[in-house]
Design a protein around this ligand. Structure first.
Ligand SMILES: *Cc1c(COP(=O)(O)O)cnc(C)c1O
Length: 232
């Protein structure tokens, strides 16, 4: 675990250097779906603090097991799965970030359900950059309107955009797939939204994402090893 984690940190640092990004400008989000709490604890012991989960029920079990690692200076939990309305309250109560907001109705629920004693929930809007193959994410032309509306919600803090592009094994293709997301992000910032997070890049396209300006990469396989067949 510690070795895998440090290999991923090296990959990030090498990509920052290769693509003229400032050292330390890309945060590593360790994606722990289907992996046991014991592995998260090992990663924590190796210095990792930001973790992501995709499935609410599975996540709650692990959050409970690791509750002593939460709190100020502790683990920061990111939700990166599809949000069902009937699970939004748990997400609003238990997570620090949500990367997968793609409609206003869910954003409103999360804002309404975010407990008053917690800081605002950090939000990335999921944008659909591969419309032919994917159903999740807001279409690019509708992103500015959704972003403005989410930015107004009292218990949310809009941080940026997220995307899961269609997989490709070729660097230039991977970069091209991410570019519409980057252009949308730049244009929203140009329009005055104070965004600071571009959540893009997974095990297979980490370098392309860093080349295009990712500020947070979401890495599962390279940190925790491959996931079993039965899992998503
Ligand atoms: C599983 C998952 C990842 C991590 O994918 P790897 O290829 O294992 O690095 C990143 N983002 C999302 C949204 C995921 O569901």
């Amino acid at each position: 675990m510690a070795n895998a984690l440090s290999a991923v940190r090296d990959r990030i640092a090498a990509a920052e250097a290769r693509f003229a990004r400032p050292p330390g400008s890309v945060a590593l989000l360790a994606v722990a779906k289907t992996k046991p709490a014991s592995l998260i604890r090992e990663a924590w012991e190796a210095g990792q603090r930001q973790f992501a989960e995709n499935f609410v029920q599975e996540a709650v079990t692990k959050l409970d097991e690791l509750s002593r690692l939460s709190g100020p200076g502790g683990i920061e939990w990111h939700f990166i799965g599809a949000i069902q309305s009937n699970k939004s309250r748990t997400v609003a109560e238990r997570f620090d970030w949500v990367h997968t907001v793609d409609r206003l109705r869910i954003a409103r629920r999360l804002s309404d359900q975010r407990p008053a004693w917690l800081p605002p929930l950090n939000i990335c809007i999921q944008v659909n950059v591969s419309a032919e193959t994917s159903k999740s994410g807001v279409p690019i032309p509708e992103t500015p309107e959704l972003a403005s509306a989410v930015a107004e919600l009292p218990r949310l803090r809009l941080r940026g955009l997220m995307a899961i592009p269609q997989p490709s094994s070729e660097l230039e293709e991977q970069r091209a797939a991410l570019r519409p997301l980057v252009e949308t992000y730049d244009s929203l910032r140009g329009g005055g939204l104070p965004l600071d997070t571009l959540s893009m890049g997974m095990t297979g396209d980490l370098e392309a994402a860093i080349a295009e300006g990712a500020t947070m990469v979401r890495i599962g396989t390279a940190v925790f090893g491959p996931r079993g067949e039965s899992s998503a």
